[in-house]
Design a protein around this ligand. Sequence first.
Ligand SMILES: *[C@@H]1O[C@H](CO)[C@@H](O)[C@H](O)[C@H]1NC(C)=O
Length: 317
Amino acid sequence: MKRQNQSSVVEFILLGFSDFPELQGQLFGVFLVVYLVTLMGNAIIIVVISLEQSLHVPMYLFLLNLSVVDVSFSAVIMPEMLVVLATEKTSISFVSCFAQMYFVLFFGGTECFLLGAMAYDRFAAICCPLSYPVIMNKKVFMKLVIFSWVSGIMVATMQTSWVFSFPFCGPNEINHLFCETPPVLELACADTFMFEIYAFTGTILIIMVPFLLILLSYTRILFAILKMPLTTGRQKAFSTCASHLTSVTLFYGTASMTYLQPKSGYSPETKKLMSLAYTLLTPLLNPLIYSLRNSEMKRALVKLWRRKVDLHTLWLC
Ligand SMILES: *[C@@H]1O[C@H](CO)[C@@H](O)[C@H](O)[C@H]1NC(C)=O
């Protein structure tokens, strides 16, 4: 009897921004545009890199993987978030909520490691150009890619099954935009102390360590750029580096504040805004700052466009 009582929750209610009903409609419009631009930007990168043989080198293959992760990450969160914004109170089944939590952790974790691997790749290419082909050979590249994906799966499996094992006896209202660990954990009616220790350690390994490696890589890259003669596009290299650093800091900073102490005392609204930074902004900005500013990418894009136009004329004749 007691046990049945303990797991009585069969669905959760996502509240969204229901404290600010007048805001919800406007946010719906903004988020819909963000979602469509994210899908389009990343789809362009996936198509261009897949079709253009000359881009089949580690740097672009990493970007291809990153775009696949970003599209999937958005697809797991955004459609459901739009529903939450469009309705007053959205119910989500217990199982859907945990499925969403699983994929958020899977793609989010993979993104953490991929961004780390990409910074290492750039560091090796810029700081050790002569030995770069050896440092980043096909085998090392594949290992880094596989490691990123497998780590994402492991993080998601471990964390979701642990949270899933807690009893949920009500209330069932999640004051958040989608199901992720910290807001769901608040509803668990059990002692979550051990889990919080795990979350703290896990976040340091999954977020802080890759972030520190990225900062280290970029510091070395910045020094290399400063040593370059003024004429060789120093300013462009500098601004590329700065934009990568900004987006990386935003992603890792907000994610670590959220996951380091899942039950920390930030207000629900602050937590929502921090989640939006890594779930909405990062997948939107990545294609813009990593690829579409890049001259090789632009050339490949123009080439593909021309080919398409050629096909058109052929068709018309
Ligand atoms: C990631 O990149 C590797 C190497 O090119 C590729 O084989 C793999 O299919 C990519 N994964 C995804 C999901 O795009």
